[in-house]
Design a protein around this ligand. Structure first.
Ligand SMILES: Cc1cc2nc3c(=O)[nH]c(=O)nc-3n(C[C@H](O)[C@H](O)[C@H](O)COP(=O)(O)OP(=O)(O)OC[C@H]3O[C@@H](n4cnc5c(N)ncnc54)[C@H](O)[C@@H]3O)c2cc1C
Length: 457
């Protein structure tokens, strides 16, 4: 195999991608700009540096990250193997000695005869050569500008301003109601779920927001004057004035409450977030409030007292594509035949998810160059569900997503017991992944006899 492949970014996704390609016989040139040019968060020259927590999430086989880790093992991930060798005791979590982890990945990559590591900034995304761009949430400005030219500036974002997502079945519909503002576009019951607040409930909620402790921004986030433009967090709005929210994201006009026949003092609107209609995001509720407090405050909203949160709100510096408009669920860029994206820049969040998309992009680019059919992970697997989510949600409201059970398709039969339900999701994911691996046959780095036993679930 002689075709050179460029991988840009030697972080989690790029290191995994480079190694997967090299193992499949491709010659890889891996561009990593550190230490020549540093990001605002990395501190070393090592490949696969973990920028914050040293935990790759729960390793329990029935948790979202545990399921994804298991799938990565089945697919022969280098970084998962390095993580296991560098693991430190952390209860149910897979936590690593970060220096040891990065050392191991770096030496596997540096020592691979098919990989050449270039310590320089790539300022353009390749147009005429097979490539994977995996430059992460802190992609250098020059490259980000070029990616913006490639995708159209409206399709590249620089900040997460994430609103919380709630499981629809956990919303109390005896208090909430369906309906669109002024009944617009309303054919049946209405697209939005509305949670009405009367005067007292509204002020209780506003006081809680005003007093809430928020997550501190880091220096490189604070430096940017545009950070809050256009996406002011609700706690900041609450601090501007007691009624700011009631005239902003919580305005009640055109939303008469059918339970009372009156217009409430304020309304929290929830919009459908997934195709199945199981998940709803809270409209305009980007927030930086610390997570445990955030849950408590959101549960003050009538109808959300017992809400199950699939994702909580957060805001941070993050370069990411509007993946539903730009990427196939194989991680290939729609407008260029041999250009793939991987890692956090695709809108997949979390260390293991980033590693996973690196592996998937490499696998599919390699298959494409060999004339083989692209491999799409089944939707019942965590990898399949994540890739499906980021490439198929509504591009008008796209925000990144990390591994969680809420994005998996519902089970065929309802299971009431939460623990049993989690086990059922995990068992189905593993079964589905094993069945799908037969499609890959000789294209797997780790052969089936080395796969983990299904009984471990
Ligand atoms: C501050 C911060 C903290 C985070 N904390 C966590 C956490 O605790 N847990 C978690 O699960 N996730 C966390 N994330 C989210 C995400 O999982 C990590 O950022 C993860 O490292 C992303 O993996 P990646 O491979 O996409 O990018 P990275 O691991 O960041 O790798 C990208 C690489 O590309 C290089 N690069 C950038 N531009 C260029 C260029 N033009 N040319 C050459 N090289 C370039 C960078 O130097 C970097 O090495 C955090 C993100 C940030 C920004």
């Amino acid at each position: 195999m002689t075709q050179d492949i460029i991988v840009i970014g030697g972080g989690l996704a790029g290191s995994e991608a480079a190694w997967q390609l090299a193992e499949r016989g491709h010659q890889v040139r891996l561009y990593e700009m550190r230490p020549v040019k540093m990001t605002g968060a990395h501190v070393s020259h090592q490949l696969a540096e973990l920028v914050c927590s040293n935990s790759l999430g729960s390793k329990l086989p029935d948790r979202a990250t545990g399921i994804l880790q298991n799938e990565m093992r089945m697919l022969g991930s280098l970084l998962m193997r390095c993580a296991e060798h560098a693991a430190v005791p952390a209860g149910g979590a897979l936590a690593v000695d970060r220096a040891r982890f990065a050392d191991q990945v770096t030496s596997h990559i540096n020592g691979h005869p098919n990989i050449e590591v270039l310590r320089e900034e790539a300022r353009e995304a390749p147009r005429n050569q097979p490539a994977i761009v995996a430059t992460g949430p802190l992609t250098s400005p020059a490259l980000a500008e070029d990616i913006g030219r490639l995708t159209g500036e409206d399709y590249l974002y620089f900040y997460d301003a994430i609103s919380p997502i709630v499981r629809a079945s956990s919303i109390d519909m005896t208090r909430a109601y369906r309906g669109n503002r002024y009944g617009r576009g309303q054919e049946a019951a209405g697209d939005y779920i509305n949670c009405p607040l009367e005067r007292d409930a509204y002020y209780l909620f506003v006081r809680a927001l005003q007093a809430a402790e928020t997550i501190e921004l880091r220096d490189f986030e604070r430096e940017d004057p545009n950070f809050f433009e256009g996406c002011v967090p609700i706690e900041q709005l609450a601090k501007r004035g007691d009624d700011t929210l009631a005239f902003g994201p919580m305005r009640p006009v055109g939303l008469t409450n059918p339970h009372t026949g009156r217009r409430p003092y304020a309304v929290v609107q929830l919009r459908q977030d997934d195709l199945a209609g199981d998940l709803y995001n809270i409209v305009g509720f980007q927030t930086n409030i610390r997570w445990p407090v955030q849950k408590e405050i959101l549960r003050l909203i009538p109808g959300l007292e017992d809400a199950e949160f699939i994702r909580l709100g957060q805001m941070h510096r993050n370069t990411f594509l509007n993946a539903p408009a730009l990427l196939h669920n194989t991680m290939r860029f729609r407008n260029h035949e041999h250009l793939y994206f991987a890692g956090q820049i695709t809108g997949v969040e979390g260390y293991v998810g980033n590693i996973a998309t690196g592996l998937l992009a490499a696998l599919n680019l390699s298959r494409q160059l060999k004339g083989l059919r692209a491999w799409v992970p089944p939707p019942e697997t965590m990898l399949g569900a994540l890739c499906y989510y980021v490439t198929h949600t509504d591009p008008k409201h796209f925000q990144p997503m990390k591994a969680n059970l809420g994005i998996l398709p519902p089970l065929e039969t309802k299971i009431k017991d939460k623990a049993a339900r989690k086990r059922a999701y995990a068992a189905r994911a593993a079964k589905s992944m094993l069945a799908s691996l037969s499609e890959l046959q000789d294209d797997l780095i780790m052969q089936p006899e080395n796969l983990p036993e299904r009984e471990t679930l």
